[in-house]
Design a protein around this ligand. Structure first.
Ligand code: ZN
Length: 744
């Protein structure tokens, strides 16, 4: 089994002259996002990145307790063990992401199922704690005949922003209880959540490499006959096959791509899941498989499971885990146009260049200088301050950006601390992420020049990191932060495990509780209009992205494009994930360095078809942007990516994305092959995000770039709308290009 090793791959590689600032030679002809306008100013209502209070409704007649925010609703069934029975995203699609309530169950020695769902009168309380809501449930585990088993369950649901932290405790009666299965989490997910990723529960004991990054493994499950499909990109190793493992994954993310999703993950104390019940790893079972009754994806996470050998539960046992949803705002994102800068040997970005950035439409920039790019020893050593002798010049760049309405951030690594710092020298061994042998892991930029050593947030590193970030934000005119290594990682430093016996080896933990704490702190620190950018290639996560404005994805971990752009269904899931956050997809992470130029255009086209943007914004991005100019304010539309059911095209290398608002829709039709194609385009106006009852006119507005690389022609052309919404209309799509059709 291959696991991604972090040391060589898991950070921005900086191809000189690509990633950071350099004079940009191509001409600027598009001002899609005029800088400094209202969109970036404090508005009357906070967006979804800013934590807000829950509204809670208890209806004893209906037997429901409903917790809701503007973005999602969670319902407990008070007649079924107080369990969560419904999760609905306000701007999602499914009426319920669960088709079966979330059950806790035990199998006794005879194989009888004891379930919390059979307790018809659980004791449920709820109370406000700041913006959060705490729900407690005490119930019995009941057998099929309705008899209480004597086992009880105490659950605390801590409702926080975008996620629920769940603490579940099995109360075992005096003596012991023999179980064939202990399952704190079992449900059936909506069948639309077809695409998944999971981070394995493996350690060095199971031959995972030391300091493994634990990237998601990806799969796709659809109802119906299991027909594994092999994709040329190699994306879908788990296509069509159920997931079954004795090592319970640390996290699982389920997605209706571009639409919505749900994720589950363990708390930081992994020993609860891995060792608590039997003292031996690999005794559990995680099962994800299609289910026909009810139709959906059955999911069970059992820290102990056996077909025939029981384990004796002699004392109470608790499990901590989380559920999170993506916070969908229900409108299209502007393509995120971003670039970065650094000290550049003292040649800081001049004011006139920053003005050109603004004219081109860049929304954000960040200072990224974590390695000694210029061999001059002047770079931002992680955790150090001040990093440069000429911080006034750094401030000048930030001030010039602010002047022209570009928001700014600076790089922080959530995991690395440079060995030159006093803090590393004093605390490195105590804070460090360790392998089983107790080594630290140093990450190198080039030769002996180091980025820093990996730390674990489940230590004093968390508070130092916050103070280090706070120090920078206080002293410089920044809007916020850019977080690299925004990921929880497995660690064996025994000092991070509160109740470990002296000199005993670590039981194993990760630092997800602390990463969430950092994200909540960060949003609070930068404020509702501050800027939070996270980078989480191969480990996207709703719970952390919810506090972020932008997400940087796909730096590494996927097959490179060498001579052909993959079909859209073979793009990584993290390309757009659930569409909840504006994303940048890293082109140098995906495109082979020798890839022909046309692949750069196709990269931008495939990004736009998914509602995301190349990162950093490429020449091709700016060439494609004029296509969207006729739409005006993109936030006034709903977006449906190339998977939409409203537009069909007769060629499978052609695809359409949709911007839809009441009374109007724009169809972005793209051809991913080199030669022009005449295709039949049919629109089902009732399937648009905002259905059109009586489409009266269709107009082809613009072509994308010309083969010469210049902007497309602007001649509008009337189309036969009846044919478009009827048998289909023949349109010619230029090769490696796109057109825009307006329908009213
Ligand atoms: Zn640790």
């Amino acid at each position: 089994m291959e696991m991604q090793n972090s040391t060589s791959t898991s950070r921005e590689k900086i191809p000189k002259g690509t990633h950071f600032w350099q004079p940009i030679l191509y001409s600027a002809f598009c001002i899609l996002n005029s800088p400094g306008l209202a969109a970036d100013q404090p508005g009357p209502k906070p967006g979804s990145t800013w934590p807000q209070a829950y509204s809670v409704q208890e209806d004893n007649g209906a037997g429901t307790l409903v917790l809701s925010t503007p973005y999602y609703t969670v319902e407990h069934d008070l007649k079924k063990g107080g369990a969560i029975a419904r999760i609905k995203l306000t701007h999602g699609k499914a009426a319920n992401l669960l088709v079966r309530p979330i059950e806790t169950r035990l199998l006794d020695a005879d194989g009888a199922v004891l379930s919390d769902l059979r307790d018809t009168a659980p004791k449920v309380t709820h109370r406000r704690a700041g913006l959060n809501e705490i729900v407690t449930v005490e119930c019995a585990l009941v057998d099929q005949q309705g008899r209480a088993s004597g086992l009880r369950l105490k659950t605390t649901f801590e409702y926080r922003w975008g996620y629920v932290k769940i603490h579940k405790e099995f109360i075992i009666p005096a003596g012991s209880f023999k179980a064939l299965e202990v399952c704190p989490f079992s449900t059936t997910l909506a069948p639309s959540l077809t695409d998944y990723g999971y981070r394995e529960g493996l350690t060095e004991e199971e031959r995972a490499p030391p300091f493994s990054f634990g990237s998601n493994r990806w799969g796709r499950l659809r109802l119906g006959p299991l027909t594994p499909t092999l994709s040329p990109s190699g994306r879908g190793e788990g296509e069509g096959r159920p997931l079954q493992t004795r090592y319970v994954p640390r996290s699982m993310i389920f997605v209706d791509p571009g639409v919505e999703g749900l994720e589950w993950f363990m708390g930081s104390d992994l020993s609860q899941w891995d060792l608590q019940l039997t003292g031996r790893r690999g005794q559990g079972q995680c099962l994800v498989q299609p289910s026909q009754d009810p139709p959906g994806l059955a999911l069970a996470v059992s820290p102990f499971w056996s077909a025939d050998a029981t384990t004796a539960l002699t004392k109470d046992c608790a499990f901590d885990f989380y559920l999170a949803v993506p916070l969908l705002e229900g409108h299209a994102h502007k393509p995120w146009l971003h670039t970065s800068f650094n000290r550049n040997q003292g040649n800081w970005v001049p004011a006139e260049e920053i003005r050109r950035w603004a004219e081109k439409g860049y929304q954000t920039v960040h200072c990224h200088n974590d390695g000694d790019y210029y061999d001059d020893g002047l770079f931002w050593r992680d955790g150090s301050y001040p990093p440069y002798p000429d911080m006034d010049r750094y401030d000048q760049v930030l001030r010039e950006c602010r002047k022209v309405g570009i928001r700014t951030a600076t790089y922080f690594s959530d995991k690395e601390l440079h060995p030159s710092t006093k803090e590393f020298q004093e605390h490195g061994a105590a804070w460090g992420r360790m392998n089983r042998k107790g080594d630290l892991q140093h990450n190198f930029f080039r030769g002996k020049s180091e980025y820093g050593a990996q730390m674990c947030l489940r230590s004093g590193w968390l508070e130092f990191l916050k103070s280090s970030i706070d120090r920078v934000l206080k002293n410089h005119p920044l809007d916020g932060v850019y977080y690299d290594w925004n990921v929880a990682l497995f660690c064996c430093n025994p000092l991070h495990e509160a109740d470990h016996a002296a000199n005993a080896p670590a039981q194993g933990h990760w630092d997800i509780d602390e990463l969430l704490n950092l994200m909540e702190w960060t949003r609070n620190r930068v404020g509702p209009n501050g800027l939070v950018i996270v980078h989480n290639t191969t480990t996207p996560m709703f719970a952390t992205e919810n506090f972020s404005d932008y997400v940087v994805a796909t730096e590494w971990g996927y097959k490179k494009w060498a001579d052909r752009a993959p079909d859209l269904q073979d793009l990584p899931l993290e390309w757009s994930l659930a569409g909840a956050r504006a994303r940048g997809v890293i082109s140098y992470g995906i495109l082979d360095s020798k890839a022909p130029q046309r692949l750069h255009r196709l990269f931008a086209l495939e990004a736009f078809l998914g509602g995301v943007a190349p990162w950093p914004a490429s020449a091709e991005t700016f060439e494609l942007l004029p296509l969207l100019k006729p739409l005006g304010d993109l936030a006034s539309y709903r977006f449906a990516d190339w998977r939409n059911q409203a537009v069909s095209l007769s060629d499978n290398r052609c695809a359409a994305a949709i911007y839809s608002r009441p009374g109007e829709a724009y169809l972005l039709l793209a051809n991913l092959d080199q030669d022009a194609k005449e295709v039949t385009c049919a629109l089902r106006p009732e399937k648009l995000p905002h259905p059109l009852a009586h489409p009266a006119a269709a107009t082809k507005l613009l072509a994308g770039w010309r083969s010469s690389g210049g902007p497309g022609d602007a001649a509008a052309e009337k189309l036969d709308v009846r044919r478009l919404v009827g048998e289909g209309l023949k349109v010619t799509l230029p090769g490696d290009n796109a057109i825009l059709i307006q329908v009213r």
